[in-house]
Design a protein around this ligand. Structure first.
Ligand code: C2O
Ligand code: CU
Ligand code: CU
Length: 469
């Protein structure tokens, strides 16, 4: 036995070094960007979209030969893309095969509180939950993720997130890139921390608990060092900041110009030319980059700050690429009479003491009572407070997200918001000391959450509930 063991160890070592060599070659070239598959609609009735999701444990090698236990929907990591059209009835069955409870929240969807997948709709281990709602909102890039009290951050961190794309008739008539996975690419960007042995690490420092979990490795659609071949044409990138706590600032090498065409809740009125786009956790931005002027084989990086996020390789041939439409969508401003109820929300605290208006999340407390079909103004501000200053604080970054609504930003620090914030939003950045006013209509009844989308803040109590009735 022993001899056999020694005899066998030699070729094994050789094989291992060969593996290491090929691993470093492929690491230098990067990994092909995975495109989340479109989940098959099980319904033959065009008026209905029926989906099945299983929340499961899996295994992912972010680095070759370094398996990690991860979580996914219908797979090892992340989830398939759900897609439905305005007017369609959606029925989703969620099965939880984990040993802990979870929920599945449809972030950005307008629906009754009972279908929202927030902390109230617990899916216990080995059980099912069914969500049913009718899509009645503009075409948009939404997403889904867990929302349990106290376990949202870890479940997202280890892999639970997916896209939910909505279409509508108006957007289908627009001449914009729309071929999924070809010139219309979903990109969920998430920073993660790995040990030198390739082990995915969570909350290893005091800072992680204070400010939220951040890491130095960027994953795009779950891949490290990803590359993507694009047609020589206009390409639409549906960017989702799916991180726990990282605020991102996207740009292309050389600060090349691109257009933002959509914000969280739908298309903007017109394309907005820009050279960088900042997205906080949970926010989405659809951008269109024109690659038609680049020679085949040109390499261009999409970056977060100075860090490469995605290597883009311009392909051969040329695709017909008409100019972007001047007008993308109608975003009717919500009528503002001055008689609306104004509610104020102050995000403050540090670490495990974060809260809103001085209170921490309590599932038994409804913080705000809202009248069904009313229009309100919500004013959100962020203040670190004494504790943060005494701790040497640094800049606490927060944002604000509310369920079951899409809002319009009325003002940021007293002035008109920038052009790319003038469409539908469900998550808005509220940096230290800022005051952001949003206006919204409450069209669906039920209990909903509002919170900071830094997931460690949310899990530690920076969340509240509003009841619409
Ligand atoms: Cu994206 Cu309350 O969540
Ligand atoms: Cu949400
Ligand atoms: Cu926060």
């Amino acid at each position: 036995m022993k001899r056999k063991g020694i005899w066998r160890s030699f070729p094994a070592a050789l094989a291992a070094s060969f593996l290491m060599l090929s691993a470093s070659i492929s690491a230098a070239q990067g990994n092909p960007l995975p495109i989340p598959p479109l989940l098959t609609n099980q319904s033959s009735d065009p008026a209905v979209a029926r989906f099945e999701l299983t929340v499961q444990k899996g295994e992912t090698e972010f680095f070759p030969g370094k398996p990690n236990i991860t979580l996914g929907y219908n797979g090892n990591l992340l989830g398939p893309t759900l897609r439905a059209k305005r007017g369609q009835r959606v029925e989703i069955t969620v099965h939880n095969s984990l040993r802990e409870y979870t929920t599945v929240h449809w972030h950005g969807m307008l629906l009754p509180g009972s279908e929202d997948g927030g902390p109230h709709q617990v899916v216990a281990p080995d059980s099912d939950w069914k969500a049913r709602f009718t899509v009645d909102q503009p075409a948009a890039t939404l997403w889904y993720h867990p929302h349990g009290i106290g376990n949202t951050a870890t479940q997202v961190y280890f892999g639970l997130a997916g896209f939910f794309i909505l279409d509508d008739e108006a957007s289908e008539k627009l001449d914009i890139p729309r071929e999924y996975g070809v010139d219309d690419i979903p990109l969920v960007v998430q920073d993660r921390r790995f040990s030198s042995a390739g082990v995915l690490l969570y909350n290893t420092t005091m800072r992680d608990i204070m400010y939220g979990m951040q890491g130095k490795t960027l994953l795009v659609n779950g891949a490290v060092n990803p590359y993507l071949m694009v047609p020589r044409a206009k390409v639409r990138l549906r960017l989702l900041n799916g991180s726990n706590a990282g605020f991102y600032d996207f740009s292309f090498e050389g600060n090349k110009k691109f257009h933002q065409i959509a914000s969280d809740g739908g298309l903007l009125i017109r394309p907005v030319e820009m050279n960088h786009l900042s997205l906080s956790p949970g926010e989405r931005g659809e951008i269109v980059m024109d690659f038609s002027g680049y020679g085949p084989g040109t390499v261009l990086y999409l970056r977060n700050g100075r860090l490469p996020a995605l290597k883009i390789i311009v392909g051969k041939g040329k695709k017909e690429s008409p100019p972007l439409p001047e007008v993308l969508a109608v975003v009717p401003p919500l009528p503002y009479t001055g008689t609306e109820t104004v509610r104020r929300f102050t995000l403050s605290g540090l670490g495990r003491m974060v809260g809103i208006n001085g209170r921490q999340m309590n599932l038994r407390r409804i913080n705000e009572q809202v009248r069904l079909n009313s229009t309100e103004i919500w004013e959100i501000t962020s203040r670190t407070g004494m504790m943060g200053m005494m701790g040497g604080g640094g800049n606490m970054l927060h944002n604000f997200h509310a369920h079951g609504i899409q809002f319009q930003v009325l003002a940021r620090n007293g002035s008109m918001p920038p052009e790319n914030e003038r469409g539908w939003k469900d998550t808005v950045q509220v940096r230290e000391g800022e005051v952001v006013q949003v206006i919204t209509r409450f069209q669906y009844p039920g209990d909903f959450m509002y919170h900071c989308h830094v997931l460690e803040h949310e899990d530690n109590g920076m969340m509240g509930q509003f009841r619409v009735e």
